[in-house]
Design a protein around this ligand. Structure first.
Ligand SMILES: [Mn+2]
Length: 455
């Protein structure tokens, strides 16, 4: 037994040694395999995130980069321009002001590529976008006899702040201008720019029809309308497109910052913007954000619902714009179309919103540079089509408007209103309640009638 035991001892030793070694190897390999496996799973994730950041920076790249910053340049970073002018220069400045109601003498001396100060809520900088999944857009800018520098600063500003991947094109619509600089010189200049197209109306069409002419040749998913004397703040476009991606029936406006007509100072501010309302003469008015709307929002970077829009700066899905019936093409020149379109949006089931992270500067002229004698007739159209019994309030506050009714060719509007097919009507949910809540933001404001919007 002993001998046998003694004889078997080395075998047992090797067996135990072998088993231990095998066990150790299996254990080690298993664990190390697990460790490396974990590493493999984590590493690409980290790389993806880092790669994603780098990739995002690349995707964010605008169509054109701004030239290097020259802090000594006039108006740079949105600073006010103050010039010491001699008699002759002063005369030229006054002439430019008289002609354009904007100090073009100053505008001509400010870079077409100037940078603006940061005027958004700092939280807006934290928002991240999946650039590849955002809808694309075409920016439509209608103009009539606009000065060279304000028009081209608008164009360059769009090209230098809009990510290349999101911007299909900028469409400029010349609404039958007669100033020489807007003829061949403009064509020659634009020929040197990527993604800019120019169409010309063959007669004076007014803002609404000029915009529709521009929209008709666009290729983007979203139409973004801008005025022809604007400057876009960094990151203005992404929030508009992100919101429309989330909610295709949202019509989204940027916050409109003021560019002072005399000094070109950029007067944007990062505080809460105001929303649009109107009075019963159908004049657009500004209001602070009502409490119920503040409560509804979960973050200062959330959109703010607004009963009306101030003017012509907004983004809308192209197919949704057509679903709404676009603008009322019977509207002449400008004035009133902003309220008509606002009423249309709310009453046809969409929502009109202001995105606090999208800022665009607009030069508000000293006074309207050209006649808006058609504005009253336009308001009558808006009242007749969308206000039902409430139109009496409008006529009561605006007795002259009654005289316009006779001249109003409302038939076409009414026909168009009922031309949306029955499927569409079924889809349209009456948002009268939202309109009531937002209406003038006064609790005792008369309520619009509860009635199917398209009948
Ligand atoms: Mn304007």
């Amino acid at each position: 037994m002993a001998a046998c035991g003694r004889r078997n001892r080395p075998k047992l030793f090797f067996f135990l040694f072998g088993a231990t070694l095998l066990g150790y190897l299996i254990f080690f390999r298993h664990n190390s395999g697990d460790v490396s496996g974990t590493k493999r799973r984590e590493a690409p994730g980290e790389e993806e995130e880092e790669g994603g950041e780098v990739e995002n920076e690349k995707l964010k790249k605008p169509v054109y980069e701004k030239p290097p910053l020259d802090l000594n340049a006039l108006g740079e970073m949105g600073r006010a321009v103050k010039l010491n002018l001699n008699g002759e220069e002063k005369r030229k400045e006054e002439e430019s002001l008289k002609k354009n109601q904007i100090n073009i003498y100053v505008s001509d001396r400010v870079s077409l590529h100037r940078r603006l100060p940061e005027r958004w809520n700092p939280l807006c900088r934290e928002l991240k976008y999946d650039y590849r999944s955002l809808p694309t857009t075409s920016v439509v800018i209608a103009f009539y006899n606009e000065a060279w520098s304000t028009l081209l600063r608008t164009v360059h500003s769009v090209l230098e702040t809009s990510p290349d991947i999101l911007l299909n094109e900028v469409v400029l619509v010349d609404d039958y201008s007669d100033r020489a600089h807007l003829k061949e010189p403009l064509e020659r200049y634009l020929a040197g720019l990527k993604k800019v197209r120019l169409v010309r109306a063959t007669k004076r069409e007014g803002l609404v029809r000029a915009r529709l002419l521009g929209a008709s040749i666009t290729t983007g998913d979203v139409l973004t309308f801008l005025d022809c004397h604007c400057e876009c703040h960094e990151g203005w476009l992404e929030p508009l497109l992100q919101r429309i991606k989330e909610e295709p029936s949202a019509v989204v406006c940027p916050v409109i910052d003021v560019i002072e007509w005399n000094t070109f100072q950029y007067l944007g501010n990062s505080g809460e913007p105001q929303i649009g309302g109107f009075d019963w003469r159908l004049v657009f008015t500004w209001h602070p954000i009502p409490e119920y709307e503040q409560k509804r929002r979960r973050s200062p970077t959330d959109v703010i619902r607004s009963p009306t829009m101030a003017g012509g700066l907004f983004a809308v899905r192209k197919d949704y714009f057509h679903y709404l019936g676009t603008y009322d093409t019977g509207m002449e020149v400008w004035g009133g179309e902003n309220l008509e379109f606002s009423f249309r949006i709310w009453q046809c089931g969409g929502s009109l919103e202001i995105h606090p992270c999208s800022h665009v500067g607009h030069v508000f002229p000293k006074k309207a540079p050209y006649s808006r004698s058609k504005a009253l007739a336009n308001s009558v159209r808006a009242a007749e089509v969308w206000m039902d019994e409430l139109k009496d309030l409008f006529y009561h506050r605006n007795p002259h408007a009654r005289l316009e009714v006779a001249a109003l060719v409302c038939d076409s509007v009414v026909k168009r209103r009922s031309s949306l097919n029955t499927d569409q009507v079924a889809l349209i949910s009456l948002r009268g309640d939202s309109l009531v809540n937002l209406w003038h933001s006064k609790p005792n404001a008369p309520k619009p009638p509860k009635k199917q919007c398209l009948t």
